[in-house]
Design a protein around this ligand. Structure first.
Ligand code: LMR
Length: 401
């Protein structure tokens, strides 16, 4: 019966993370998956999350099915955080939001919805992008193409090439964009560039799909949502996936949401209905625990303050580690490859290391990066930064020998 089933070659991120767990070496270093670890190398439970969970334990509640669209308080808190509490689009009821299984769930529900209502559209992702973007949209039945994005020579953005490629796309093309802290490159558009891009999106009648997995890890909670808020302000129809995996350190709770900016409140009701139907067809309704925590933290002033402060301190620690690795690599890494450790934003640096060099770092030194050369700088700490820098120095000097 199953003779024709292919072997799964594995996922470039999650399978590598599983390989890391099996690696018996005591001094191994995991800079592969996009997870924030504290200076002790531990996955933090944020203070506000701990407090919200303690409150929930004090008054245990029954766990009925949630509505298909998710927990109402969570959906409202998501809209407030992503679009701004006073956003006119929100007040006017033009945003349809459903709770989803993480950001990936939001992408899948959105992909299913788009396939149903825009069956002729093609999807365009940045070159490069998070591997799962392509996978999710292809599995939903789309052809996925790329637009220029990263400039390997400078470690920055090829904005003009990006804009001109997007300008040439047919109307109703789906353009997948990263709101902030681009994964894997750490290279973002500035506000002026976003405005020029949104002009093109509007003129060409394109469908932006914004993925915001790292809100709060770039320029701040509000600034990171700049493009989304600008789209909503200009009433440009758009899909927005967001996730609390990283900024709440709630990876395993699968807390995400999909919001769609609609042209009118009446349309938003119908869109919400069809998003809900996509949820029902995939997994019926989402789970309660993580959403209850997030909603409680975001809507309780003391918990919200604590969460924002801790998130800011996580960003400060990442910035320190960027400085620390930069310092240690100086002199061992060509200048052109060095600046990006400081300049690229969020959890990642796109090191410019080749797959063979990454493999050598893993095999010889137990230091794990993604084979594209992506390093999770949010997992660096005072104890592993030295080993990481010397592993990079080693593979570079061997490659150049
Ligand atoms: C990553 O990019 O490492 C994370 O978003 C985890 C994942 O699911 O790939």
């Amino acid at each position: 019966m199953f003779e024709h089933i292919d072997a799964y070659p594995g996922d470039p991120i999650l399978s590598l993370n599983e390989d890391f767990a099996k690696d018996p070496r005591a001094n191994k270093v995991n800079l592969s998956i996009g997870i924030y670890y504290d200076d002790e190398g531990r996955l933090p439970v944020m203070r506000a999350v701990r407090e919200a969970e303690a409150q929930l334990l004090e008054a245990p509640a029954a766990k009925p099915y949630l509505p298909m669209a998710g927990l109402a308080a969570y959906r409202d808190a998501v809209q407030s955080l992503v679009f701004g509490d006073d956003a006119p689009a929100r007040k006017e009821g033009r945003i349809a939001t459903v709770q989803t299984l993480g950001g990936s769930g939001a992408l899948k529900v959105g992909a299913d919805f788009i396939k149903r209502y825009f069956p002729g559209s093609q999807v365009w992702v940045s070159d490069p992008t998070w591997d799962n973007h392509r996978f999710i949209f292809e599995r939903a039945g789309f052809t996925v193409g790329t637009y220029p994005y990263y400039d390997e020579a400078t470690g920055g953005l090829q904005f003009d090439a990006m804009l001109s490629a997007i300008r040439d796309l047919p109307a109703k093309s789906v353009v997948l964009l990263h709101a902030c802290c681009h994964n894997p490159t750490g290279v973002d558009l500035d506000e002026a560039q976003w405005i020029r891009l949104i002009d093109v999106i509007e003129q060409r009648d394109l469908l932006p799909f914004i993925d915001m997995a790292y809100q709060g890890f770039g320029a701040g909670l509000d600034a990171d949502a700049f493009a989304i808020r600008e789209l909503a302000r200009r009433n440009v129809p758009a899909f927005v996936a967001n996730s609390f995996s990283k900024n709440f350190s709630l990876y395993g709770e699968r807390c995400g949401a999909l919001s769609v900016i609609c042209e009118s409140a009446q349309t938003a009701v119908r869109v919400l209905g069809q998003l809900t139907s996509a949820v029902r067809a995939n997994y019926s309704n989402p789970p309660t625990h993580g959403a209850t925590i997030v909603a409680r933290v975001l809507t309780t002033p003391a918990l919200r303050r604590s969460w924002e402060e801790e998130l800011a301190s996580m960003c400060t620690r990442i910035a320190c580690m960027r400085g620390a690795i930069h310092e240690r690599l100086r002199g061992n890494v060509p200048d052109a490859m060095l600046a990006r450790y400081l300049e690229q934003r969020g959890m990642f640096t796109y090191t410019g290391l080749f797959a063979a060099q990454v493999d050598a770092m893993r095999e010889r030194h137990g230091v794990y990066l993604i084979r594209s050369g992506r390093m999770c700088v949010a997992a660096l700490n005072e104890r592993n930064v030295e080993a990481t820098a010397s592993a990079i120095g080693d593979v570079l000097s061997n490659a150049f020998a």
